[in-house]
Design a protein around this ligand. Structure first.
Ligand SMILES: [Zn+2]
Length: 348
């Protein structure tokens, strides 16, 4: 560790030499390297967090550059996976840090290997299925995590200290119904909104990693950069009053794989079918309305079809969604890409 690099941070009373040494000895997992993940990774690498494992399944696209601060046009031209592009950039920022990039789709079968050895999990994801999985693994392994989300101009952050503070299921017993929430791909997102909440998450991470976890307020923070509002909800009593099955009955629906979406390649059809964790009854007109931002939409009583206007490499894609939540993504035989698109447009 080069002390002069961190001089200004060590001058700050909350960090000091002891805190800086703790940061250097820390190992964290960042799940997702999109807009939130980029800011968090950049901040923690500059701050001297010794080891950062970053897992993401996506690749860099032109539409990411508006807010995903670790990427540039060269990464788009090279079609690089986000974690590989991030690693290249982060190594230039601070070569003292051990960066572990992993290109993978995080799910119940592999998450435990990603949390091995880490003391904090950071949420850089854009979907609730993975957040509930992180919540399960946090409670299972006793590792704190920081829930963070951002859509439009609004972001929210809540730290979770397992078996101590409210968990995600204490706050929301079940994920929002599929297709019921806006996503960054249907409602858009402002770069400054992401930067504010991601920085807030990074500050909480520094506080926890420097040994000040007990000083972190048990609050859900909601920031709207467009209506200039900052709001905090006290969740310190929520766990005790929630009767949360994850906290008190050891229920781990996501970690045990009983709540997961799946994808199947439809042979010879250049298409992949994605099936949600449970059967749903969707409002097709609502879905159709939301997908107007994505491309040309066709609605009939049986399905919604959208021809995606954004191009994905050589892929020209068409997504068909049925009332039970099932979708067929035509134009690819790559299940990973199909799952990415499904979560983008359906908000899982
Ligand atoms: Zn709980």
């Amino acid at each position: 560790m080069s002390p002069s690099r961190y001089q200004k941070q060590m001058l700050f009373a909350g960090v000091g030499l002891d805190g800086q040494q703790r940061l250097a000895g820390s190992h964290v997992l960042l799940v997702g390297c999109g807009a939130l993940g980029c800011v968090v990774a950049d901040t923690l690498v500059r701050a001297g967090v010794g080891r950062i494992r970053i897992v993401d399944r996506d690749f860099v696209e032109l539409s990411n550059l508006q807010r995903q601060i670790l990427f540039d046009e060269q990464d788009v031209a090279e079609h690089l996976p986000k974690v590989i592009a991030a690693e290249r950039r982060l190594r230039c920022v601070n070569s003292e840090i051990a960066i572990e990039p992993i290109v993978a789709d995080v799910d119940w079968s592999n998450i435990c290997q990603f949390t091995e050895g880490v003391s904090l999990i950071l949420d850089g994801t854009d979907n609730f299925e993975i957040r509930y999985l992180i919540n399960d693994v946090s409670l299972h392994a006793g590792i704190p995590w920081i829930f963070t989300g951002c859509t439009g101009s609004v972001g929210q952050v809540m730290p979770v200290f397992p078996h101590d503070s409210a968990c995600l299921r204490c706050l929301m017993p079940t994920p929002p119904p599929l297709g019921s929430t806006e996503t960054c791909d249907t409602a858009g997102v402002l770069g400054p909104a992401v930067n504010v909440v991601a920085s807030f998450q990074a500050a909480l991470a520094l506080k926890i990693l420097t040994g000040h976890a007990h000083e972190v307020a048990r609050k859900l923070t909601i920031i709207d950069v467009w209506s200039d509002s900052f709001r905090q909800v006290d969740v310190s009593k929520l766990r005790a009053t929630s009767q949360c099955p994850a906290c008190f009955q050891g229920e781990r629906l996501w970690l045990h794989g009983s709540q997961k979406s799946s994808s199947t390649i439809l042979c010879g059809r250049n298409a992949v079918q994605v099936t949600p964790p449970e059967k749903l009854t969707l409002s097709l007109p609502d879905i159709a309305n939301r997908l107007l931002a994505v491309g040309e939409v066709v609605l009939n009583p049986f399905l919604v079809r959208v021809i995606v206007s954004e191009s994905y490499g050589e892929h020209s894609l068409e997504i068909t969604i049925f009332p039970d939540g099932r979708a067929i993504i035509r134009g690819t035989d790559d299940p990973a890409l199909a799952r990415i698109l499904y979560s983008r447009y359906m908000g899982t």
